[in-house]
Unconditional design. Structure first.
Length: 186
């Protein structure tokens, strides 16, 4: 799958987007919390394994994102996410979507929307994808130190966390902006 922007008209705005998936579920991590010196704060832990996949993408320059909570990470879920991103790209703009090389990203079964061009990041380089930092932020602020009763609660928590993130465009820009990707964009 080659990335090319030959079909993008000259003067058409180009948005840089980053995409990734995260597993959200009953095996959430524990994060640091404040406690009085000499005490040990209680933190919930769950022994069950149910989870959902949160597909997320951000455009740091615009401070916007697009996400879907899905039961599995597969080609059908990725197609639905590409369609969601396509609807979020600014009218008249073209999105360059940087993403890792997961199998459901590289399959020729995907129908990439006309307003998106996929660019695959180098293998084993999560540091190039700021959505990895988005997952850390969501876990630290809304998803850790929790026990979910059932699968619908996992979906609700993932959606609520994403909505909280997208309600603060400055946070998306702060987490996601990469000089190497946005030189000349702003």
């Amino acid at each position: 799958m080659k990335a090319h922007l030959g079909h993008v008209r000259k003067r058409k705005p180009v948005e840089i987007w980053f995409q990734d998936e995260a597993r959200i579920g009953q095996k959430n991590g524990l994060v640091r919390q404040w406690a009085r010196r000499g005490t040990r704060p209680r933190q919930p832990a769950d022994q069950r394994y149910e989870s959902a996949c949160l597909f997320g993408a951000i455009c740091p320059a615009r401070g916007v994102g697009a996400a879907l909570a899905m039961p599995f990470a597969d080609t059908a879920a990725m197609q639905a996410h590409l369609d969601e991103i396509s609807r979020t790209v600014a009218r008249g703009a073209h999105a360059v979507l940087l993403l890792d090389r997961a199998g459901w990203h590289t399959t020729d079964k995907l129908r990439v929307p006309k307003n998106i061009t996929l660019i695959l990041l180098p293998s084993r380089s999560p540091e190039l994808n700021p959505v990895e930092n988005v997952w850390q932020y969501l876990r630290a602020n809304w998803l850790s130190n929790r026990v979910f009763d059932a699968y619908p609660d996992i979906i609700e928590a993932a959606c609520d966390a994403w909505k909280s993130l997208t309600a603060t465009p400055a946070v998306i820009t702060s987490i996601g902006m990469r000089d190497w990707a946005h030189i000349g964009q702003l």
